[in-house]
Design a binder for this molecule. Structure first.
Ligand code: C2O
Ligand code: CU
Length: 552
């Protein structure tokens, strides 16, 4: 493979949206940020120079980084933040994924303005498993907050309440026609009649799942999260936060202008959703008057069945060139409840608010970031940073998805920095079980760093260990890196632990990550140099610099 070099300069930059101007941190003064383009097999060095006002890290979402957790990015998990006035060079190894993935800040909520797409083309000398598209187009779905995002989040944490809701959804940085002061800047995608386009869609929104559709056009989904799929033709797609999707679009409708729209799916009981639009515009001679056509195929805000119907159609290619490796026997079973909770504040950290705050947990553990990264602590055997006792099962069994489940003292989470440790090459099955504790059930897009996994089954209600595994798809399950655990339901994934390192896994709703819906997977070295964590680079950011604490 080839080696590429990129410079990412983090800088506060002024942007105007929704009639107001604000200053926010960006990479190279662009929003969304720069695109990285590579072939499978390449390596990229990204020199991140922080000219902003606070510490930041960058994560390469969906890139497995074999044996190289040092460049994975989540703050206090694999590194400490890159402080203002300093730089750090990430080495990003593209050896496993092919398609679209992305990069984003992995510290506080900075990723709302610091993110961009990564295009991984087929390895030199190979081609797509579908007919060569004429052109391609990147669509990054993101958010716009009118205020200073990190300040709002910090205030919410101090107050013990919910972090901010978004003011607009954006496509390639623009809210589109239906928002104030946004008409003229709506993103336009110009097409030629008869051509086929590969659309690379990234859901970079902080907390929102989206339906996406293009008026009058049926699309073909061919990839997700940097893995190919058996082609699916559909009038709409559903894309969870963190997911990326590759879609073929043939411009075969009458010359005209058509809205492309992203509409939030609401599963948490809120009623006001956001929409964003861009315009697909055919080149040519015709009169452009009035509004473009709106996609009638877009499901409603609350149509989670439309989301399920889309998801169950996803299947791996499972071909000779793109085989699957689904573990057929399992050495480690994890059964993990995913809950919204109220949490007893440690010490006196939230006195003014009655001693409890909103929080979230996995197996009733609400994760707390350490002050030195877990990777360094593991690699250098430093004690007191994390404990290796993340539970394999929830502490108590009850009807997890019952209506109006009230929190009682058996469901109040413990706060801790607990990791799950696996031996190299273990075969792992994780069943995520959504719960309705506090009446807080909703979809949770779970994301695992360092790996992709096969989604072998999912369903509504409580997981049944006797009956449900009988219907698992062990033949051609889709391979993803982020997957939505359905509201009040369960979802089972399988993978082989062949990437030694320290890997974060978490809900990709930042609201829930902020509340502790995450943990860490530590995969030990295998017996050889090739199956062991690489040596750390000499220039890792140091942890000693005091960081703004999460609680005052
Ligand atoms: Cu998209 Cu932990 O990341
Ligand atoms: Cu969640």
């Amino acid at each position: 493979g080839n080696v590429h070099y990129y410079d990412f300069v983090l800088k506060e930059t002024n942007f105007t949206r929704l009639c107001r101007t604000k200053c926010m941190l960006t990479v190279n003064e662009s929003f969304p940020g720069p695109v990285i383009r590579v072939h499978k097999g390449d390596t990229v060095f990204v020199n991140v120079q922080n000219h902003g006002g606070y510490g930041v890290t960058i994560h390469w979402h969906g890139v497995k980084q074999p044996r190289n957790p040092w460049s994975d990015g989540p703050e206090y998990i694999t590194q400490c933040p890159i402080q203002p006035g300093t730089n750090f060079t990430y080495e990003v190894i593209f050896s496993k994924e092919e398609g679209t993935v992305w990069w984003h800040a992995h510290s506080d909520w900075t990723r709302s303005s610091v993110h961009g797409a990564i295009v991984v083309l087929p390895a030199e000398g190979t081609t797509y498993p579908f007919p060569m598209p004429d052109e391609e187009e990147i669509l990054v779905i993101g958010n716009w907050f009118i205020g200073d995002v990190n300040k709002m989040v910090t205030d919410a944490i101090i107050a013990g309440g919910a972090p901010p809701r978004v003011n607009a959804t954006v496509i390639n940085g623009q809210p589109g026609d239906f928002y104030d002061c946004s008409n003229e800047t709506t993103y336009h995608f110009l097409v030629d009649y008869g051509k086929t386009y590969l659309l690379r869609i990234v859901n970079a929104a902080m907390n929102d799942e989206f339906f996406f559709a293009i008026a009058e056009h049926i699309v073909t989904v061919v990839g997700i999260d940097g893995n190919y799929l058996k082609p699916i033709t559909t009038p709409y797609v559903m894309i969870s936060p963190g997911q990326t999707m590759d879609i073929l679009l043939t411009a075969n409708q009458s010359l005209g202008r058509y809205y492309m729209a992203a509409r939030q799916l609401l599963t948490d009981g809120t009623s006001v959703g956001t929409n964003s639009t861009a315009i697909l515009e055919y080149r040519g001679n015709y009169t452009r008057i009035g509004h473009p056509i709106y996609p009638s195929s877009l499901p409603s805000y609350v149509d989670s069945e439309a989301s399920d119907r889309f998801f169950i159609r996803l299947r791996s290619l499972a071909s000779q060139d793109h085989p699957v490796d689904v573990p057929q026997t399992i050495s480690t079973h994890l059964y993990i409840t995913v809950s919204i909770n109220s949490i007893i504040c440690p010490n006196s950290s939230c006195e003014g608010i009655g001693g409890t705050k909103l929080g979230a947990s996995l197996n009733n553990i609400s994760f707390q970031n350490p002050t030195t990264d877990v990777l360094l602590a593991y690699y250098r055997n430093i004690s007191g940073i994390y404990t290796p006792d993340f539970p394999d099962q929830p502490p108590v069994y009850f009807d997890f998805t019952a209506d109006d489940l009230v929190e009682d003292n058996t469901t109040i989470p413990m706060i801790g920095t607990k990791a799950k440790v696996l031996n190299y090459n273990e075969t792992v099955e994780i069943v995520f079980q959504g719960t309705n504790v506090l009446g807080g059930s909703e979809n949770h897009p779970m994301h695992l760093h360092g790996y992709s996994f096969y989604v072998v089954g999912s369903g509504h209600g409580n997981f049944n260990n006797e009956t449900h595994p009988k219907s698992f798809n062990l033949v051609d399950p889709p391979e993803l890196t982020t997957v939505g655990v359905p509201k009040n339901g369960w979802l089972a994934i399988r993978f082989r632990a062949t990437n030694p390192g320290v890997w974060l896994w978490h809900c990709h709703l930042d609201r829930h990550l902020t509340w502790g819906m995450n943990t860490v997977l530590i995969v030990k070295n295998g017996g050889t140099l090739d199956t062991s964590i690489r040596d750390p680079p000499t220039s890792m950011p140091r942890c000693e610099v005091p960081i703004v604490t999460q609680l005052e």
